[in-house]
Ligand binder design. Structure first.
Ligand code: THU
Length: 131
């Protein structure tokens, strides 16, 4: 076991309770483990202007990056509405931007079972500008 997957999922679950999703009623929470060993969590936040909605994963990632954390090692995602809630395409691209030397691990919950996959399972041949 590489990281504390259980703790990451607990943080994602806690964050899902903060979800602001009156329109879809689909709550999501996410947590990210950074290269410095910190955990940031976030929830989906919807808006009356629907396109302004932010997903839980990007909320958590942006909190981490805006705190100076530029490497992501793992992302846990939880929704009370869906078993194995997978990240949307936009979030996959944003995760990929902050992948460092180590491939990001993506943790989802199937009831009490944690499933661990890799970034490349979700986004093979990802796009990144290597300035
Ligand atoms: N959502 C997330 O937060 N993460 C995902 O990976 C999938 C979708 C949110 C966006 C919106 O608030 C709701 O789930 C329904 O699409």
């Amino acid at each position: 076991m590489k990281y504390d997957y259980k703790l990451l999922m607990e943080r994602a679950k806690e964050a899902s309770k903060m979800s602001y999703s009156p329109f879809s009623k689909f709550a999501v929470g996410a947590s990210v483990l950074t290269g410095n060993g910190k955990i940031y969590s976030g929830c989906n936040i919807e808006n009356s202007s629907f396109g302004m909605t932010i997903c839980a994963e990007r909320c958590a990632i942006f909190k981490a990056v805006s705190d100076g954390e530029k490497e992501i090692l793992a992302v846990a995602i939880f929704s009370p509405n869906e078993s194995d809630c997978y990240p949307c395409g936009a979030c996959r691209q944003v995760m990929y931007e902050f992948q460092g030397e180590k491939e990001i691990e993506i943790i989802t919950a199937e009831k009490d079972k944690l499933n661990i996959k890799k970034m490349s399972d979700f986004l093979p041949y990802g796009f990144k500008i290597h300035g």
